[in-house]
Design a protein around this ligand. Structure first.
Ligand code: 6PG
Length: 242
């Protein structure tokens, strides 16, 4: 189990540019070997990275890249707080990715548990028995949550299901989320963390004391892949630049 590689940048813009370059290279390697799979994060931090991927890496073989989500708010796809909508506006509309390669979490069923099970079936049809995403992008909330794995959530202890409904402490409360086993099975996990409000959570997530359920992001440790923290100085990293 690894605490990962922490890379610190003076600004979110520099963080996004560097992360986009590394993630693009990983997607290109996987795509050239046959197929690349990535799970996107929600929230605001990934916007800059998405724009960089669209502007500086539009030449990726997107026809061999499949895009999924690590979590979703249980709202219509065109709702202002939909993670799918954010990715569509900042990335998907700007790259030549076939619509069949885009796999949003379903949010139309009245029962989120039914939607979670449907998404898991879709994942199993793509991955088989092991959900080894080439890349998983994750953010982290001020409370240490990641995806929609919040402190105290029963989902933190889920070991069998790949996708479960979740309850957020703030609106929109109903969510769908990948579970810890799926996150930990990834080839490459990339956390994007920026801003002073994340200081305490980042310190907890990187604590040598190890994983703590009070900080769900700390539970995300790759079983065999890599873990990279892309953080800015405001979040508590110290830039390696002189
Ligand atoms: C979501 C995200 C969530 C997000 C964190 C950080 O659906 O909101 O998946 O886990 O990554 O809340 O959000 P910011 O990037 O906006 O700080």
């Amino acid at each position: 189990m690894s605490e990962g590689d922490v890379r610190v940048f003076a600004s979110p813009e520099e963080l996004s540019a560097a992360a986009a370059a590394e993630i693009a290279a990983a997607l290109r390697r996987a795509a050239e070997a046959g197929r690349a799979t990535i799970a996107l994060s929600g929230g605001g931090t990934p916007r800059g990275l998405h724009r960089r991927l669209a502007e500086s890496h539009s030449d990726l073989p997107w026809e061999r890249v499949h895009v999924f989500w690590g979590d979703e708010r249980y709202v219509p796809r065109d709702a202002p707080d939909s993670n799918y909508r954010m990715a569509r506006e900042t990335l998907l509309e700007h790259i030549a990715i076939p619509p069949d390669n885009v796999h949003p979490m379903p949010t139309g069923a009245s029962d989120p548990d039914e939607a979670a099970r449907a998404y898991e079936e879709e994942l199993r049809s793509v991955f088989g028995d092991t959900p080894a995403f080439d890349v998983i992008l994750l953010g982290m909330g001020d409370d240490g949550h990641t995806a929609s794995l919040f402190p105290g959530s029963p989902a933190l202890e889920e070991t069998a299901r790949w996708v479960v409904p979740a309850e957020a402490p703030a609106e929109p409360r109903r969510r769908l989320t990948l579970t810890p086993p799926v996150l930990c099975a990834a080839e490459a996990i990339h956390f994007l963390v920026a801003g002073a409000s994340k200081r305490a959570a980042l310190a907890c997530a990187l604590s040598p004391d190890g994983p703590a359920p009070t900080c769900p992001a700390s539970l995300v440790r790759p079983l065999a892949g890599t873990l990279t923290w892309w953080v800015d100085e405001a979040a508590g990293g110290r830039s390696t630049k002189a």
